[in-house]
Design a protein around this ligand. Structure first.
Ligand code: RIB
Length: 338
């Protein structure tokens, strides 16, 4: 297969200079209609396609934003990405979606790639604190970074949800339904969002005057459906006296996995096990037993993160870093009320 046609081939075919070809591509108003037509005809005949990435690199900064998410299979992140993309598209920017898959090494790889591509900004849900140094270095080199779905005490922009309140809402609801033995299903607890939700759950247990051991923590290796399914046997193996009658799962994927395992055991939801999820993704309402879930404003999270990034990228002198925190709310459905 021959090399793709470049600007040199176009210039030769049209009988003009490289500068004239560049003007036709970038400043067509500077070229006479006759010459412009000749160059455009050469471009069409040769099948020339401009190398936008190279052009943007020569310009020193691309119009590309990197969005690094924990798990691209989780509808939470695709809903966040939709909000990012709507705002980015309106500003003439493109979004490169990167999936760290909960893996720090993968996250580092994408941070390096986005740096090389001269992304004009990065939105990221970090796996943990391991890449905090790399993120700080990128910021010091002038690339804005906004944390998504993650709060921060650092002087940098972030958008998140009050996850501690979310945990409180979930467990207070289960206590109000009469449950006194509740499981928290989620992990790794090293993920800040999970830790905050667990803290909220514990707060609600204390506020209800229940003993600490009223909450059983079932830590999971991931925040996905498989980990939710695998938590079912761990609950079932507990003695009837200690077995929780309700479970608060750190996100909807875990809850859907636990729901499936519970139903497969011919147990009833909520009769034998009430289940609450977190995120309120579309599949929560569509589940075989519609899922009670703590709703996160996913699209708004993405839109707000992109707006902060654009503000920082375009107005560095006056931009003030902000930590935007949304409030969650509880959507009650049959998985807790029957
Ligand atoms: O970002 C960590 C978790 O928070 C994700 O699994 C997502 O579901 C959100 O709830």
């Amino acid at each position: 297969m021959s090399e793709p046609a470049g600007v040199v081939d176009v210039a030769a075919r049209a009988g003009v200079s490289l500068g004239t070809v560049s003007n036709v591509l970038n400043r067509p108003e500077r070229v006479s209609p006759k010459t412009r037509a000749r160059v455009l005809r050469a471009i069409e005949e040769l099948g020339f396609v401009r190398n936008e990435a190279a052009r943007q690199l020569r310009a020193g900064r691309s119009r590309t934003v990197g969005l690094v998410v924990l798990d691209v299979r989780n509808p939470f992140f695709t809903d966040v990405a939709a909000g990012v993309e709507q705002t980015a598209g309106a500003s003439g920017s493109s979004v490169v979606l990167c999936n760290s898959n909960d893996d720090v090494a993968r996250e580092r790889h994408y941070l390096s790639m986005l740096k090389e591509q001269r992304a004009f900004g990065i939105l990221i849900t970090p796996v943990g604190e391991e890449t905090a140094g790399a993120i700080e270095e990128i910021r010091e080199r002038g690339t804005p970074v906004v944390l998504v779905d993650r709060g921060t005490s650092r002087n940098q922009c972030s958008v998140s949800v009050n996850d501690r309140l979310g945990g409180e809402l979930a467990v207070a609801h289960l206590v109000a339904q009469g449950h006194t033995r509740i499981a928290f299903v989620g992990g790794p607890v090293s993920i800040d969002q999970v830790r905050q939700r667990l803290l909220g759950a514990r707060s609600a247990i204390a506020a209800a005057g229940l003993r600490k051991d009223a909450l059983t923590v079932i830590e999971t290796p991931r925040l996905d459906v498989d980990a939710g399914r695998a938590s079912g046997p761990r609950l079932a193996a507990m003695s009837a006296r200690k077995r929780p009658t309700a479970a608060f799962c750190a996100n909807d994927l875990l809850a859907l996995g636990l729901l499936q395992d519970t139903v497969r055991r011919q147990l009833s939801v909520p009769g034998d096990l009430a289940i609450v999820g977190y995120d309120d993704i579309d599949f929560a309402a569509a589940a075989a037993v519609p899922l009670t879930s703590v709703r996160q404003p996913r699209f708004q999270l993405g839109r707000a993160a992109m707006e902060l990034l654009l503000e920082e990228a375009t107005d560095r002198e006056t931009h003030q870093h902000r930590q935007v925190v949304f409030e969650p709310d509880l959507v009650v459905r049959e998985s807790t009320t029957g």
